[in-house]
Design a protein around this ligand. Structure first.
Ligand SMILES: [Fe+2]
Ligand SMILES: [Fe+2]
Length: 167
């Protein structure tokens, strides 16, 4: 059984994951309106992934015999006006999300709530991946901006197979 503060922290994070999903959905629509259906699809996939995160919090809370509640959500506003700044905005958002997750881990550690600590480990790992994902995307967009050829060439270089024999 989790304590009241853990319940509050988990419920806030459950709602933040729903917010994340809506934020990426708004980003996806904006990007589509800029004529980038590929990036729009990519962001839509990310929006779906955030829903999976929300569902994980939902399921964990129910397993701890508490009720997850969807609360009012702030407007998921996207301020960026182009594909590079939207990527940077997303990266900053994921860095903030990482801090949020770490704060809950901190509390579960202090309160010796090992089950919640264990549950949160997958989000600690997930956040490392997500920040890295947007970091890489930012680099790719920067390369593409400085001359699309470099990005295409780098993509080609990345496909090289290791040689298994000489001659
Ligand atoms: Fe998430
Ligand atoms: Fe995320």
């Amino acid at each position: 059984m989790i304590d009241k503060k853990t319940y509050d922290l988990l419920n806030v994070q459950f709602n933040k994951e729903l917010y994340s999903s809506s934020l990426y959905r708004n980003m996806s629509a904006l990007v589509a309106s800029w004529g980038m259906p590929g990036f729009s699809h990519w962001l839509n996939c990310h929006s779906e992934e955030e829903l999976l995160h929300a569902k994980a919090f939902y399921d964990y809370m129910l397993s701890q015999d508490v009720i997850p509640i969807v609360t009012a959500m702030p407007y998921p506003e996207v301020k960026a006006k182009d594909y590079l700044t939207i990527t940077m905005e997303a990266k900053e958002f994921e860095i903030k999300t990482t801090q949020d997750i770490h704060e809950i881990v901190d509390y579960s550690h202090k309160s010796k709530d090992y089950a919640t600590m264990e549950f949160l480990q997958m989000f600690v790992r997930e956040q490392v991946e997500e920040v890295d994902l947007f970091n890489e995307l930012e680099d790719k967009f920067k390369l593409a901006k400085n001359g699309g050829g470099i990005y295409v060439l780098d993509n080609e270089l990345g496909k090289r197979d290791k040689e298994t024999k000489i001659g």
